[in-house]
Design a protein around this ligand. Structure first.
Ligand code: DGJ
Length: 727
């Protein structure tokens, strides 16, 4: 049973196959988290009894009276602001009396089968009955009448817990939520490293790992999107734990807007992790009877190091987050026009790409930016989503027919949340962009941000998109987002709701994406934000793949893909071979194969030799599709730890097959380069394809293979080894 109650329901234990969390309803209804970590048995839970000591500076509850208890030191599961807990609290609500004190106490709880999800937001889902169980804990602040429900869903077999909170105004006066975390997690010590992914345009999701210190450490976005700069993912890694062993707590938010993950180490050296919508720039008014749901947080605990944590996230997102036919159906191998032509194309040029692509075995042509309005550069026409007939002589229908006649599918680019000041849409509706009265709008990439909080605006964009998507045979949409939010105000939002705009923007985007997915269920959507500026689980709910970065240099991509893989599976990671110059075509293919493989180049410019390599890559794409898409990822040599080489493996779920890829980042001359493989069955015998060499799984994993003499070692070279079990 994943959720069990003891002691008349005052002790609640949540178990996955690998982790446990124990909640205690303490005196006076304080809800404590006594334990979260590796799985423990149900017997003798008394050993977790709460014991503390509070100094006189730590306020006490007068009724409990004991020195042992203070909200300031107790492991409060979801503490309110201003009533004795001076650490970073999970919730702050400003009430009609003008103060923001709350003190939520346990009222009741319920356990039910299945999954609960926050309203109107993306969330992990249940595939089949019995896959998960949900605990809901009702808490109340007696003074303000605010009621809080904490939801915990346990996916026992997968080893995952998801959480969100819901706050309802049960009083007869309005209140304002200043902060409401999706989850607040208590750990009993501070012996961890804080690991997260930082980056910038063209260099997304680098890994950083630093020991936790006293005080607060946090990462956040205030940009209105999850951003290139910080990903809504963090892990606490036990000192000494590494890729393959040791305790790791992984946290990820299913949210695409401004977020915050704060780790607070208190003076008794316990750790609290709060995660949710960024409280900076957020204030949500709740009228009597209204309710607010937070985004969902995903919690993974692993004793198998970072690799174990990643594989759990990957399985969850593949099976329980990504939706639509392309969750199962094979993704088309695409060629995208952006780096091949930028804005400089016409129908004949695109058809010539399609002709060459067909000869190479590619499945789909994607016409990127530049097909609509008068869009011949990035200064104009966002919002005018009708075909530029001057550019595409004969019209879009004729172009698609010509591409389809060659046997290729067709995809198209949109940037629905943006508007160019030079557009018919803006001229007709200057108040449809985000803006604040009396303040000049900041411009970025010559564009403003559309007010996605407005239904009339969303209706217009949906109608424009759906006019094109229903008229023509379009198989794929690349959904781009090329700037962040500034002067974030809406002409329709009352002054007292002004600070709701960031979250309302995200809800509006989700609503529009949801509408598109419902209206065009067969469409494959690839998300993008100037590369990987919105690579988050919220977006994955609508688009099963996301363009990982505008940086297609295979050597620089190694770090980007390594970082991305901490949380997100290969099948979600847009990765293309381009004309970038640093390596030959083989290595470009080896790196891009670790993702939703494709091309980003003018195929007319390929030499005959390159074409042969591309044909081989296309063959490999089909050969290894299942293994890469559904297999388990093992990171072997990390670009952050090894100055010379980078390597990774995909192992089939039944461990009968393994694909090892290694890229030489810097010339490496050493007679001994012994690599210990991972994730194999020690008792199986594996044959290296193309040879008669056979090795036991145990030998490959324990002794390793010497990959020096016969293997490439020049800068930018790479090789791939395919092992198949023969017994
Ligand atoms: C940014 C994307 O990341 C690129 O791939 C391309 O689609 C451009 N936008 C088009 O403007």
């Amino acid at each position: 049973m994943p959720i069990t109650c003891y002691d008349d329901g005052r002790l609640i234990k949540l178990d996955t196959a690998s982790s446990s969390c124990v909640l205690r309803v303490f005196k006076e209804g304080y809800l404590l988290c006594l334990y979260y970590g590796a799985k423990i048995p149900d017997a003798n839970l008394d050993g977790l009894a709460y014991r503390d000591w509070a100094s006189s500076f730590s306020p006490r509850n007068e009724i409990i009276g004991e020195r042992e208890f203070s909200p300031d030191v107790a492991p409060l599961e979801f503490s309110g602001f201003g009533t004795g807990d001076f650490r970073k609290t999970a919730v702050a609500v400003r009430n009609a009396d003008g103060n923001d004190c709350t003190d939520f106490r346990y009222v009741s709880h319920a356990v039910e089968k299945g999954k609960k999800a926050p309203k109107n937001m993306p969330a992990v889902y249940e595939n089949a009955e019995g896959e998960c169980e949900t605990l809901s804990v009702l808490m109340r602040d007696e003074v303000t009448g605010a009621e809080l429900t904490l939801y915990y869903t346990v996916f026992e077999t997968l080893g995952v817990m998801t959480r969100f909170a819901s706050l309802e105004n049960k009083s007869d006066r309005a209140m304002e939520i200043e902060k409401l975390c999706s989850a607040s997690v208590q750990l009993n010590d501070m012996d961890y490293d804080f690991l997260h992914l930082y980056g910038r345009w063209g260099a997304e999701r680098n890994l950083t790992r630093t020991p936790l210190g006293h005080g607060h450490q946090s990462l956040s976005s205030a940009r209105g999107s999850s951003s290139h700069y910080h990903n809504p993912f963090a892990a606490l890694v036990r000192h000494g734990a590494d890729e393959d062993q040791g305790e790791v707590y992984g946290f990820n938010l299913v949210y695409s807007g401004s977020f915050d993950i704060t780790v607070d180490v208190d003076y008794y050296e316990t750790t609290r992790v709060n995660m949710g919508i960024n409280p900076d720039g957020f204030l949500w008014r709740l009228e009597p009877g209204e309710r607010f749901d937070t985004p969902e947080a995903v919690l993974v605990f692993s004793e198998e190091g970072l690799g174990g944590m990643s594989r759990t996230f990957h399985r969850l997102y593949l099976n329980n987050l990504v939706r639509g036919p392309y969750k199962i159906a094979k993704r088309p191998l695409l060629i995208n026009s952006w780096e091949a032509a930028y804005f400089d194309f016409d129908a004949d040029k695109l058809v010539s790409f399609a002709q060459r692509a067909k000869e190479l075995g590619i499945d789909m042509l994607v016409m990127d930016d530049g097909w609509f309005g008068r869009r011949n550069n990035d200064r104009t026409s966002l919002g005018d989503w009708y075909v530029n007939e001057e550019k595409l002589a004969g019209g879009l229908g004729s172009l698609i027919e010509r591409v389809n006649a060659l046997g290729l599918k067709f995809g198209i680019w949109y940037e629905p949340e943006m508007i160019s000041p030079d557009s018919d849409l803006f001229r007709a509706h200057p108040d449809w962009c985000l803006h604040v009265p009396g303040r000049r709008n900041s411009i970025a990439r010559h564009q403003y941000v559309i007010d996605m909080s407005r239904k009339d605006v969303r209706d217009n964009i949906f109608e424009q998109m759906s006019a094109v998507l229903s008229k023509y045979k379009i198989d794929y949409v690349k959904w781009d987002f090329n700037r962040n939010l500034t002067e974030a105000g809406s002409a329709l939002l009352e002054a007292e709701r002004g600070e709701e705009i960031f979250h309302r923007f995200v809800l509006g985007t989700y609503e529009l994406m949801g509408r598109l997915v419902d209206a065009f269920p067969d469409l494959l959507i690839e998300n993008c934000s100037g590369g990987g500026g919105r690579f988050d689980p919220g977006m994955l709910y609508y688009s099963p793949q996301i363009w990982a970065s505008d940086n297609t240099d295979p050597i620089e991509r190694l770090a980007i893909q390594f970082g991305t893989s901490l949380c997100y599976p290969a099948s979600t990671m847009g990765a293309h071979v381009s004309m970038s110059r640093r390596t030959g075509f083989e290595t470009k293919g080896s790196v891009a194969m670790w993702g939703t493989f494709g091309y980003e180049l003018d195929p007319n410019r390929l030499t005959d030799k390159d074409k042969e390599i591309v044909k081989k890559q296309v063959e490999d794409y089909h050969k290894y599709y299942e293994l890469i898409h559904y297999g388990d990822l093992y990171r072997v040599l990390s670009p952050w730890d090894d100055a010379y080489r980078c390597a990774w493996e995909f192992v089939s779920p039944d461990k009968t097959e393994m694909l090892y890829t290694e890229v030489v980042m810097r010339y490496y001359h050493c007679p001994k380069h012994i690599v210990r493989m991972k994730g194999l069955d020690p008792d199986k015998v594996y044959q290296l394809e193309g040879t008669d060499q056979k090795y036991s799984g145990a030998l490959l994993m324990k002794a390793g293979l010497n990959l020096s003499a016969d293997f490439p070692r020049g800068t930018g070279e790479s090789f791939t080894l395919h092992f198949i079990s023969v017994r």
